[in-house]
Design a protein around this ligand. Structure first.
Ligand SMILES: NC(=O)c1ccc[n+]([C@@H]2O[C@H](COP(=O)([O-])OP(=O)(O)OC[C@H]3O[C@@H](n4cnc5c(N)ncnc54)[C@H](O)[C@@H]3O)[C@@H](O)[C@H]2O)c1
Length: 310
């Protein structure tokens, strides 16, 4: 039986797991090219595969219809918005994900962006490297309020970090949050209105779906403090980018730090990028050795569980 593994991180950090699959008798097609596959390469490498471990390739109806041997597809990560899950379900194809694999890495990235904002790290490094001895005055995170929207795996890790920093934590989730659990993280269960009006930082950790698409628009941004810093390490599109441009240029909020965009790689002409209070990283919050190793282990376990030994 054939298994195709497309993420570069699997080859880089999971050779022992490729060997485990091979030792079980699978033919493993892995990506050792050092580059992401094009759509054409993705389709070609997955031909005849019963199991696929994918990265962020678009896994749509056309893919499922042209790969009839497919039984299981696993996302090398958590967000499965690149996979047409309902169509997969209609064809009895199992869709798996590596839940929790990268939550600490993403939470640390969100915290790093908070530090970058409070200490003006980007501007300080940029100016100094350009021979300008210009000191920026920042602020401490101690005692500041962070609003965490989406209290799942990443949201909880972020709360844990912020709690250690002595921050006040407000948390909100679409599902009821257990009071005792919230207290363990030093968090206060809140509602969106309170998070918008009281937070110094707002960090978004919900999945992208029909309900969350555009959930933070100009209307919500106008409710935030003009000193508020908005952080998105979840998915592009959850925060309306046109509205964010207005909010940042009109100074309704102070700054935004994004790791994710509504299209990736983004349109480099995106007017947001021209603003000096918009900061970005290239969807790298989960890109750590530890997260990759976790994904390799989890994806292998799910594959073996679903496909069995050869
Ligand atoms: N930047 C990156 O590299 C990166 C890496 C991993 C995950 N992510 C994104 O982060 C998201 C969260 O990851 P996670 O591991 O914490 O997932 P998770 O499933 O553990 O947590 C998501 C939480 O969001 C809540 N939620 C769903 N809809 C909501 C809504 N409308 N309002 C409020 N809460 C809502 C859920 O109840 C859940 O508690 C993923 O879906 C993914 O899109 C990004």
């Amino acid at each position: 039986m054939k298994i195709t593994i497309t993420p570069r991180g699997f080859f880089k950090n999971g050779k022992e797991y490729i060997k485990i699959l091979q030792d079980k008798g699978y033919e493993v097609d892995y990506n050792d090219s050092g580059k992401s596959y094009t759509r054409e390469q993705f389709f070609e490498h997955c031909q005849g595969a019963a199991g696929v471990v994918c990265a962020s390739e678009k896994v749509d109806k056309e893919f499922f219809d042209t790969h009839p041997e497919l039984k299981t597809i696993i996302k090398f990560g958590v967000g499965i918005d690149n996979i047409d899950v309902s169509y997969a379900n209609s064809k009895n194809i199992f869709v798996g994900r590596c839940a929790g694999s990268n939550s600490r890495s993403v939470a640390e990235h969100a915290a790093a962006l908070m530090f970058a904002a409070s200490k003006n790290l980007y501007d300080g490094i940029y100016e100094t490297k350009n021979s300008n001895w210009k000191k920026f005055s920042g602020f401490e995170l101690l005692g500041k309020t962070v609003g965490i929207i989406g209290f799942g795996a990443i949201g909880k890790h972020l709360a844990n970090i912020c709690n250690g920093l002595g921050m006040k934590i407000l948390c909100y989730d679409a599902f009821p949050i257990d009071q005792i659990l919230a207290e363990e993280y030093g968090a206060v269960i809140s509602d969106l209105e309170t998070i918008y009006s009281e937070s110094d930082f707002i960090s978004v950790h919900v999945p992208l779906n029909e309900e969350t698409k555009g959930m933070i628009s100009l209307q919500e941004m106008k409710k935030m403090k003009d000193s508020c810093i908005l952080i998105n390490t979840a998915r592009g599109g959850i925060i309306n980018e046109d509205d964010l441009y207005t909010a940042l240029s009109e100074k309704y909020i102070k700054a935004a730090y994004f790791d994710v965009f509504s299209s990736e790689p983004p349109d480099w002409e995106n007017k947001l990028f021209k603003l000096d209070n918009f900061y970005l990283t290239p969807h790298m919050a989960a890109s750590t050795t530890e997260a990759d190793v976790n994904c390799c282990r989890m994806a292998t376990e799910i594959l073996l569980d679903r496909l069995g030994d050869e």
